[in-house]
Design a protein around this ligand. Structure first.
Ligand code: CDP
Length: 209
């Protein structure tokens, strides 16, 4: 189990996906679950807590919300904002964490989010915390979305503030996490270092010794 946490735009998704591919592990995007619940709540005009335990989210092949592919719909700035608000709600968090722990209970995983190493999988063999300067994070995300950098930066700052100060499972680096500042580092370089760390921490049993 490899846990990758960090703020928006630090490179979590790209790094986690590539590391999972390299190790032959399954990739879990926990943020997609908060985004899907937020989208469902916005659409229905209800509080996310009311539906968090009722919606069916499947991440096997894209992001499926009650059977509908919402992979693109959950990436809008509106849903980002709604997801960060929904994620501060204890009812929403406990439903999402329960679902994530169920998934992670068997097999080899690279899971990314805000609280994977601290709450969801505190026993992960490797915990990585990715960060980067606010400017670089906004630049990356703006390029990805084709959005205006200053707007993305303001949106990220608001989310960072909410994610790091919420009472429940705030974003922080687990004390035993390896912290990477990815500012100025290429994706390949970060992936190489994280995959190497993961290999070095494989238990003797899983190495077939
Ligand atoms: O991709 P990005 O880093 O922008 O966000 P995300 O990982 O898709 O997560 C969207 C929102 O869900 C975040 O702003 C957090 O508020 C919340 N989240 C969380 O609270 N816990 C997680 N494990 C994952 C996401």
């Amino acid at each position: 189990m490899v846990a990758i946490d960090g703020p928006a735009g630090a490179g979590k998704s790209s790094v986690a996906r590539a590391v999972a591919r390299e190790l032959g592990f399954t990739y879990l995007d926990s943020g997609a679950m908060y985004r899907a619940v937020a989208l469902a709540a916005v659409r229905r005009g209800v509080a996310p807590a009311e539906i968090a335990a009722l919606v069916h989210i499947d991440l096997t092949d894209g992001v499926m919300l009650d059977g509908e592919d919402v992979s693109d719909l959950i990436r809008t700035p509106e849903v980002s904002e709604a997801a960060s608000r929904a994620a501060a709600d204890p009812t929403v968090r406990s439903a999402m964490v329960a679902g994530q722990r169920r998934l992670l209970s068997s097999g080899d995983w690279v899971a990314e989010g805000r609280d994977i190493g601290t709450v969801v999988a505190p026993d992960a063999a490797l915990k990585v915390f990715l960060s980067a300067s606010p400017e670089e994070r906004a630049r990356r995300r703006a390029a990805e979305l084709g959005a205006v950098e200053s707007e993305v930066r303001a949106e990220q700052a608001a989310r960072d503030e909410r994610d790091t100060t919420r009472a429940l499972s705030p974003l922080y680096a687990a004390p035993d996490a390896v912290v990477f500042d990815t500012t100025g580092l290429s994706l390949d370089e970060v992936v190489r270092q994280v995959a190497e760390l993961a290999r070095s921490r494989r238990s003797p049993e899983s190495r077939g010794a």
